[in-house]
Design a binder for this molecule. Structure first.
Ligand SMILES: O=C(O)CCC(=O)CC(=O)O
Length: 254
């Protein structure tokens, strides 16, 4: 389906599409511009029901979100692209890797796993935001997304992320929770044939790094990198290291 996207930089460079976490919008990738625009044509997008994208006409699956990424590439006239996704964005990356290897040059799967949380937890979250709105999830998310040190040192950045979460459409958030609740990459990870890097933060409680390591072990030839003193939004907490890992992996993969 048609979703909102931003295309930046020199389109003659390799295209890198960046997929956000649950409850985030394209601004999640602002810290990467400084480090990645010199090497890539950068594309960011809002998932269905997030940011400026419309809510899905039906409850989406992770494959639907992945199909939207291919829709964006088609709309831009891009045949082959690299994809980097974080958390639910990493689940979307797994779907792309297993189903669209002809379109992908390489993959980075960050702060993610073959499953994320449990189906009952995700269904409960979806029910709760639909009943109560986004405030409750905004209240608990700062400590799940960022280390305590980052929250203390960067109150304005954390406030901006929580504001977006609080103000987003509960239906869009609930739909993405339900999509994640039915996703299980155990059966498909072995089918991913593009060069893949898995990145985890060592202090991530939302998607603990053991999940990232297990994902890397399940994908033929995948490499695993553990980021120190980093939590879930490790791209925001340590933009320089995160971007360096992404850039090196994609440029070496070619
Ligand atoms: O971030 C995601 O895409 C899914 C996991 C999540 O929502 C992290 C959290 O529990 O806040």
């Amino acid at each position: 389906m048609a979703v909102h996207y931003c295309s930046e930089g020199d389109t003659s460079r390799p295209t890198l599409i960046l997929g956000t976490s649950l409850g985030a919008d394209t601004s999640m990738w602002d810290p990467q511009r400084e480090y990645l625009l010199d090497a890539f044509h950068l594309v960011t997008f809002d998932m269905r029901g997030h940011g400026r994208s419309p809510v899905s006409p039906e409850t989406p699956t992770i494959h639907d979100f992945a199909d939207d990424v291919v829709w964006i590439a088609d709309a831009l006239g891009v045949q082959r692209f690299a994809f980097c996704g974080l958390s639910i964005g990493g689940a979307i990356g797994q779907s792309l890797g297993a189903r669209y290897s002809d379109r992908l040059s390489s993959l980075v799967l960050s702060a993610t796993g073959m499953t994320i949380m449990t189906p009952p937890e995700l269904r409960k979250r979806a029910d709760r935001v639909l009943a109560e709105g986004m405030q409750y999830i905004a209240d608990v998310s700062a400590s799940r997304w960022f280390t305590e040190a980052f929250v203390n040192d960067n109150p304005e950045i954390v406030r901006r992320h929580m504001k977006h979460l609080r103000e987003m459409n509960p239906q869009g958030y609930a739909d993405a929770c339900l999509a994640l609740s039915t996703f299980d990459g155990h059966g498909s990870a072995g089918q991913i044939s593009v060069p893949t890097l898995v990145i985890s933060g060592d202090l991530d409680i939302a998607t603990p790094f053991a999940k990232g390591r297990a994902l890397a072990d399940a994908i033929p030839g995948a490499r695993f990198e553990l980021m120190p003193e980093a939590s879930h939004l490790c791209n925001v907490e340590s933009p320089e290291l995160f971007s360096k890992l992404v850039k090196e992996h994609i440029l070496v993969a070619g």
